[in-house]
Design a protein around this ligand. Structure first.
Ligand code: ADP
Ligand code: MG
Length: 614
């Protein structure tokens, strides 16, 4: 068997297999070239999802006829001036995109450098290069790619529907546009305009915020926290959504390294870790984060598509991302997202049978939804406000009327209630169904799920206590004996030291039972039997691979469930107000441990709209 060199076209097609996976990846390469050429404006047109045509027009620096011929040669690039692979400041550098795309399509490049009075064009078909010829065209470059993959039918077969390919193109453009807010972008799909982003003026941060708003929507802007942090020369900036604004996929997470959109596992992992406390595992926050670091601290040459990067100091980068996000989220305090109250209003307007926690039809493809709350179990979740109103007017015989807080009673004059201004969560006015605290604020009402809120408060206090001196315990007068069965008892006693740190002191008590001597003080009076049984179940589920501190969220959730403020317990006005004040003072109290809101706020203006007063 003779060894021979592969012909250039075959080499290019092999490279194309890596660089151009689908139309969207060709669009990405070509638009990156336009950005590297200093374009202020990039107009994209596609047909059939990019399969029959991709056309990219820019107003960048352009190319002379000679440069056109070199540009489509393999490994020809103007972007590695020092030939230093560890100091890359442009989006491109491999000199692969044009020859690769040209080898699997019919491509025409038309370009006119600034200051020249005519344009030149060059056509390549399936890798066969023509000669540059004079053409008409403004300053800049237009690249037309027809019949992508016609030369590689196997790849053609893997393309998805026109719709799917088009939305992949939109995604690519959105990501590049976020990183380059001063550049104008447009996309036309042959039938209609799919994207138009005007170049934003002003300094980078203002321009970026405006651009993110244009792409991610108003919901995001209203519920995003600014992120800004620096560590070891690496800078992180951008915006992170409140946990209560979450999605079932990570599609609304945009990550950039030195202006390059990336889908990097390490960064995605860091985002996950930062939100782990606030979101169920299958929910994802919305965010756009920009990491900027010296080119020498990151290797972007990991994969031809350049979507992955390698950091010189991954630990430091992870620390930066997790720390910055946690800090931003802590600053948010008790804020829950405005979409929660919007969702509540949506529910109040819909038929009682409509699902309460899913509102997919909202603008900007909102689709914010929450998994059903366990705290609601037993109560029909579909009830709107209107129905609740009927319950007020016509109480069923034998069922107690809603319990109004003493604040509204004669023996507790109104003046004693906390002032409305200065307390964002207002003054408690009533407790309904022994589950919801209703408070009045200066310009609206707040409804708190007392169980969810308390669970969060307990969790945050436990975390704080653990990092400080340890969780305070209170001794039981008589130790409580809990019968469990051998395995459960053994599992609990094996963890006795860890449980003691969390405030629960127990020991083995004969076969199959434990004796509980002390309980976490912050839980108040608890049902010890129930708590210990649930903890035993929890431990069986968790297995042995974890320390309880790693699983603090679950353990605290279980503990808080047995704490004093549960759904179904009547609260005094003082207790309710204390709960509101604690929520205001506690970071992250706007959502429970699973990203569900702990309270909903309705502004008077919204309520007036409900009644058609506006
Ligand atoms: P790379 O971007 O990695 O350098 P490409 O194959 O994508 O490789 O492009 C090769 C070269 O062609 C670039 O280095 C650049 O000099 C030139 N080029 C490509 N597209 C444009 C454009 N839109 N405007 C100006 N020059 C371009
Ligand atoms: Mg390129």
């Amino acid at each position: 068997m003779a060894i021979r060199r592969l012909p250039e076209t075959v080499v290019n097609r092999i490279a194309a297999g890596e660089v151009v996976e689908r139309p969207a990846s060709a669009v990405k390469e070509l638009v990156e070239n336009s950005l590297d050429a200093g374009a202020a404006r990039v107009d994209v047109a596609i047909r059939e999802g990019g399969r029959s045509l991709i056309s990219i027009t820019d107003d960048g620096c352009g190319m002379t006829p000679d440069e056109l011929e070199i540009a489509i040669e393999r490994h020809a690039t103007s972007k590695l001036p020092e030939e230093d692979l560890f100091n890359i400041a442009t989006l491109g550098f491999r000199g692969e995109a044009l020859p690769s795309i040209a080898s699997v399509s019919r491509m025409t490049l038309t370009s006119r450098p600034a200051g020249q009075d005519s344009a030149w064009s060059l056509s390549i078909e399936g890798g066969t290069v023509g000669k540059p010829a004079p053409a008409s065209g403004g300053t800049g470059t237009r690249i037309e790619v027809r019949d992508l993959f016609y030369a590689t039918p196997a790849r053609l077969k893997f393309l998805r529907s026109e719709r799917a390919e088009t939305s992949a193109v939109i995604d690519v453009l959105n990501r590049l546009a976020m990183a380059h807010p001063s550049v104008s972008f447009s996309l036309h799909d042959g039938n209609r305009e799919r994207l138009r982003l005007r170049g934003e003026q002003g300094d980078l941060l203002d321009a970026r915020l405006a651009r993110l708003g244009a792409i991610m929507g108003r919901d995001f802007m209203e519920n995003a926290l600014p992120v800004s942090a620096e560590r070891d020369g690496a800078q992180l900036s951008g915006f992170a959504g409140l946990p209560t604004l979450n999605r079932g996929t990570a599609a609304m997470q945009f990550l950039f390294v030195n202006g390059r959109p990336v889908k990097d596992k390490q960064l995605i992992g860091a985002v996950r870790a930062a939100y782990a406390d606030f979101l169920a595992r299958d929910r994802h926050p919305l965010l756009a984060l920009f990491l900027d670091l010296p080119p020498k601290s990151v290797d972007v040459n990991v994969h031809p598509a350049k979507a992955e990067v390698r950091f010189r100091d991954p630990g430091s980068i992870r620390g930066l991302v997790v720390g910055a996000l946690k800090h931003a989220l802590a600053e948010a305090g008790h804020r829950a997202s405005t979409t929660v109250s919007m969702a509540a209003l949506g529910a109040a307007r819909t038929e009682p049978s409509a699902a309460q926690y899913s509102f997919a039809g909202r603008p900007h493809g909102g689709g914010v939804s929450y998994p059903p709350a366990s705290a609601y179990s037993g109560r029909a979740p579909g009830r709107g406000l209107a129905e609740a109103g009927y319950a007020f007017q016509a109480p069923v015989a034998g069922v107690a009327a809603p319990d109004f807080a003493p604040a509204a009673r004669a023996d507790r004059p109104e003046e004693q209630a906390p002032p409305l201004t200065g307390n964002p969560l207002g003054a408690a006015r009533a407790q309904l169904h022994e589950t919801y605290v209703v408070a009045q604020t200066s310009d609206g009402i707040v409804i708190v799920d007392q169980h969810a809120a308390h669970e969060r408060l307990v969790y945050e206090r436990m975390k704080q206590a653990l990092s400080a001196s340890g969780v305070a315990r209170q001794g039981l007068l008589i130790p409580e004996i809990v019968e469990l069965g051998d395995e459960d008892a053994a599992r609990l006693t094996a963890r006795a030291a860890e449980l003691a740190e969390l405030g629960l002191v127990l020991e083995a008590f004969g076969p199959g039972a434990v004796a509980v001597r002390e309980t976490p003080a912050l839980l108040g009076e608890i049902d010890v039997q129930g708590l210990v049984r649930d903890l035993a179940d929890e431990l069986a589920d968790l297995g042995d691979a974890f320390t309880l501190k790693e699983k603090l969220e679950e353990v605290c959730g279980t503990m808080a469930c047995h704490g004093s403020v549960r759904s179904g317990r009547r609260l005094t006005a003082d207790e309710m107000n204390a709960l509101l004040r604690q929520m205001e003072a506690t970071p992250h109290s706007g959502q429970c441990n699973h990203g569900r809101p702990t309270y909903v706020e309705l502004k008077l203006a919204d309520i007036e709209r409900l009644f058609g007063r506006r």
